[in-house]
Design a protein around this ligand. Structure first.
Ligand code: TRP
Length: 401
C-alpha cells in the first residue's frame, strides 16, 4: 500500500478521494476510471448486472442498471459462493454528522435495502457517532443524538427488522468487537496508516485510532449474538468509493487474522446541484436536496441552482441541443427515474434540443418530490420504540430465510 502511494503520478495527486475529502483540481470532475486504477479495485461491468438478475430472479436495481455502483472488490466471489448455496451478510454505515440527510446519503441505503431483499441476507449498519464526534466539532452527546435521528431515516428506507441490526459505536463497542479492534490495530503500523489515510502530525490521536472501528464489522466474530459459530461467513460492503481506504486496510490485515477479506460494491458520488465537483457538502443547503425539503423547496432549488447543460437561448438550444455531460437535471434523473425508456427518450429529445431545460427540470421536480414525500411519510411512521428494536443486541433467528 505504501508502494501505491509512491507510484502515484502528479496527475493522480490532483484528485483526492478519501473518507474526509473528495476533490479534483481543474474541472473539479472526478475521473472514476483513474480512481479504479489508483485504488486497485475492479470495474463492475454488465456481466455482473446480468448475473445478479439470474441469481435473484428480480430486475436489477436502477443503481446497478445505471452504473451508480460501478466498482467492486471480490463481488464475483460473493456471487460464486451464493451460487453454491453459501450465504453472506451485508455491512454498511453512516457517520451521523447532520440532522437531515440529503439524497446522496440515501443512495447506499436504498441500494442495501434492495440487496437485502433480493439475496435474503442479514445486515449490520454501523452508526459511527464516535467518528463524527472526533472529526466534526460535535460533543459526545450531540453525536449520539444525531445517530438516533439518522437511524430513523435509515429505518425509513424499509429495512427488514428480522434481518437488520443497527448499532452505534458509543453503545456497542466492547466485548468481541473490541477484541477484533485490538487484533486489527496491532497489524497496522503508524506509517501504513499515514500512507492510507494521510494523517498529519497535528491530527489528534483519536483519528489515528479510529480505522479499526470501521474495519471490524467486516468480521462476523464481531457480532457473537448474530454469527456465533459461522466465522467463515462472507461480508459484502455497499458504500460510496470514498470509504475504500478503510476497507483496503481491512482487506490487508484480514488474512493475517485468519479472517475472510470483505467484498465491496462501490458507488460514484451524487453530484451537487451546482454541478459535478466531488460529493455534496452537507454544510451548504443550496447545494443539495434534503429529505426534509418541501415541495416548494425542491422546485425552487432545482429551478434556481441545478446546473444546466442547456444553451443560453431557445434558438441556440434548438440548434445545438443540451450538453448532457454536465447537465444536472439529466444526471439526477439517471439516478432516480426508474423508467429506462423514458430516460432514453429524454436523452434524445433534450440532447437534440427538442426538449427545453424548463421541461426537463419540471420532470425532475416531479420525480424528486415523489421520492422525498415517500421518504417523509415512511420516516414519520418510525417510532422511538422501533429504533430501540432495530438497535437491540439480539439474535436474528430467521435472518437467512
Ligand atoms: N465512515 C462512514 C461515514 O462517514 C460511515 C461508515 C461506517 C460506513 N461504516 C461504514 C459507510 C461501512 C459505508 C460502509 O459516513
Amino acid at each position: 500500500m505504501e508502494k501505491e502511494k509512491e507510484t502515484k503520478t502528479l496527475e493522480e495527486e490532483q484528485q483526492v478521494v478519501n473518507p474526509w475529502e473528495v476533490s479534483a483540481k481543474g474541472t473539479g470532475k472526478i475521473d472514476y476510471d483513474k480512481l479504479i486504477d489508483q485504488f486497485g479495485c475492479q470495474r463492475l461491468d454488465q456481466s455482473f448486472v446480468d448475473r445478479v438478475f439470474r441469481l435473484t430472479s428480480r430486475s436489477p436495481h436502477i443503481f446497478l442498471r445505471r452504473n451508480v455502483f460501478f466498482a467492486h472488490r471480490d463481488f464475483n466471489e460473493i456471487l460464486d459462493a451464493y451460487e453454491r448455496g453459501e450465504k453472506f451478510y451485508l455491512y454498511t454505515g453512516r457517520g451521523p454528522s447532520s440532522e437531515a440527510l440529503h439524497l446522496g446519503h440515501l443512495i447506499p441505503f436504498m441500494f442495501t435495502k434492495y440487496l437485502q431483499e433480493a439475496f435474503k441476507v442479514p445486515l449490520v449498519i454501523q452508526l459511527t457517532d464516535d467518528e463524527k464526534c472526533m472529526w466534526k466539532d460535535l460533543t459526545v452527546e450531540e453525536s449520539k443524538r444525531l445517530a438516533r435521528e439518522n437511524a430513523k431515516d435509515i429505518i425509513a428506507c424499509g429495512f427488514d427488522i428480522s434481518r437488520t441490526f443497527i448499532f452505534s459505536d458509543f453503545d456497542y463497542v466492547g466485548g468481541a468487537f473490541y477484541e477484533n479492534m485490538v487484533r486489527v490495530a496491532k497489524c497496522v503500523t503508524y506509517n501504513k496508516a499515514v500512507g492510507i489515510f494521510g494523517f498529519k502530525g497535528e491530527d489528534h490521536i483519536g483519528k489515528i485510532s479510529f480505522p479499526p472501528i470501521q474495519a471490524v464489522p467486516s468480521f462476523p466474530s464481531s457480532f457473537p449474538h448474530l454469527f456465533s459459530g459461522i466465522d467463515k461467513l462472507r461480508c459484502l460492503i455497499p458504500c460510496a468509493i470514498d470509504q475504500d481506504p478503510y476497507f483496503r486496510m481491512t482487506r490487508d490485515v484480514a488474512p493475517r487474522l485468519g479472517y475472510n477479506k470483505p467484498a465491496l460494491i462501490e458507488s460514484i458520488f451524487f453530484p451537487a446541484l451546482q454541478g459535478e465537483k466531488g460529493k455534496m457538502c452537507a454544510g451548504d443547503p443550496s447545494s443539495a436536496i434534503y429529505v426534509t425539503d418541501s415541495q416548494k423547496d425542491i422546485k425552487d432549488k432545482v429551478n434556481k441552482y441545478a446546473f444546466s447543460g442547456g444553451q443560453d437561448s431557445v434558438e441556440n438550444h434548438r440548434k445545438y441541443g443540451a450538453n448532457l455531460e454536465v447537465d444536472i437535471p439529466f444526471k439526477y434523473l439517471s439516478f432516480f427515474l426508474e423508467d429506462d425508456e423514458e430516460l432514453e427518450h429524454i436523452r434524445k429529445e433534450y440532447g437534440s434540443g427538442r426538449m427545453l431545460t424548463g421541461e426537463i427540470k419540471k420532470r425532475l421536480i416531479d420525480v424528486l418530490t415523489e421520492l422525498v414525500e415517500r421518504h417523509r411519510t415512511a420516516r414519520a411512521a418510525v417510532t422511538d420504540e422501533m429504533v430501540d428494536a432495530f438497535m437491540a443486541v439480539r439474535p436474528l433467528p430467521n435472518m437467512f430465510n
